[in-house]
Design a protein around this ligand. Structure first.
Ligand SMILES: [Zn+2]
Length: 318
């Protein structure tokens, strides 16, 4: 019998990626394209169906021969009902029955999951968290998301909201978070939080490489420009980045004390900081977490990069 193959579809706010994936996580064919988010739900669903068909055709298969189709979308998601609830980066989407809409167009059943959960599944099956339990996964980019896997299964909670690590409150008087609370991990350590701190520093006139470069347009400062200035040895950029990573470390230390995980895997855009992320986070875990839990955990960067989305979607269908 031929090896079972799966289709993974990853819907992002700006890009759609699709791939035909083997059980071992090998990508056999893929197709990518922009998300026509401004043109509404149906245009997005049509674009997803076209890219899914393109990947399947490129693998010289047809959809009926696949063993399963998985679909990842930005949270929040009601996975059981197959609904995309109200993703902040897909304006106008409210309780969209995405699994059914796309399933009808492709004449197949789909398994739906949120992108952070699926990236965690992918790292557990194919990447830096292979076979580990408990596994804690964090994605640190514009926001901070996460997932907890026990014996390879997502801890979902009663209504599927478990693993929202970005909204642990670390500083009750801290900066305002998109969720309405103050001092959430996401408001202190995400790419958005780092950029905001740096803009404030430029506006206050603190001398730095950032102030020199962005004095007339502080709104253009991004987390990437802070990282670049820090690599060049700029003290203010180093302080902003280090403060954010210390907060991230405190969040991870709490998770380590709470869950005694075998591994913590950190992915998302900020994982490209490499040792500048890993060292302060690991140090905070050793300083703050339960010592037995701290000595038995390894903290690693994610391995799968931008393919985590399609691989996780395929893994969800396995
Ligand atoms: Zn929050």
């Amino acid at each position: 019998m031929a090896e079972p193959l799966y289709l993974g579809i990853d819907l992002g706010g700006t890009k759609i990626a699709t791939a035909v994936v083997s059980r071992g996580g090998e990508i056999l064919a893929q197709a990518r394209g922009p998300t026509p988010a401004r043109h509404g739900v149906h245009a997005v669903v049509r674009a997803m169906a076209a890219l899914a068909t393109e990947a399947v055709n490129e693998a010289a298969l047809d959809l009926r021969s696949l063993a399963g189709v998985g679909l990842g979308a930005p949270g929040p998601i009601d996975a059981e009902a197959g609904l995309v609830v109200s993703p902040p980066n897909l304006p106008g989407w409210r309780n969209v029955d995405l699994a059914e809409l796309l399933g009808e167009m492709l004449h197949t059943r789909l398994v739906l999951g949120n992108d952070a959960n699926l990236a965690a599944l992918a790292e557990h099956r194919f990447g830096a968290g292979r076979g580990c339990s408990p596994l804690v996964y964090l994605t640190v980019s514009t926001g901070i998301g996460g997932a907890i896997l026990l014996d390879g299964k997502l801890l979902s909670g009663v209504r599927g909201t478990a693993g929202e690590v970005g909204h642990m409150v670390l500083l009750p008087q801290g900066p305002l978070c998109g969720c309405g609370n103050r001092g959430c991990l996401e408001a202190l350590a995400s790419g958005t939080a780092i950029a905001r701190q740096a803009r404030e520093s430029v506006r206050r006139g603190v001398p730095s490489a950032l102030a020199e470069r962005f004095a007339s347009q502080p709104e253009l400062v991004t987390a990437a420009s802070v990282a670049e200035a820090a690599r060049g040895g700029d003290l203010e950029a180093l302080i902003i980045l280090r403060t954010a990573m210390d907060h991230l470390g405190r969040g991870v230390a709490n998770l380590v004390s709470l869950l005694n995980p075998e591994r913590v895997v950190i992915g998302g855009g900020l994982a490209s900081l490499g040792p500048d992320l890993l060292e302060p986070v690991t140090a905070a875990v050793h300083r703050l977490a339960n010592p037995v839990a701290a000595s038995s955990v390894s903290i690693l960067l994610a391995e799968l990069g931008p393919d985590a989305g399609v691989l996780g979607a395929a893994a969800a269908a396995m």
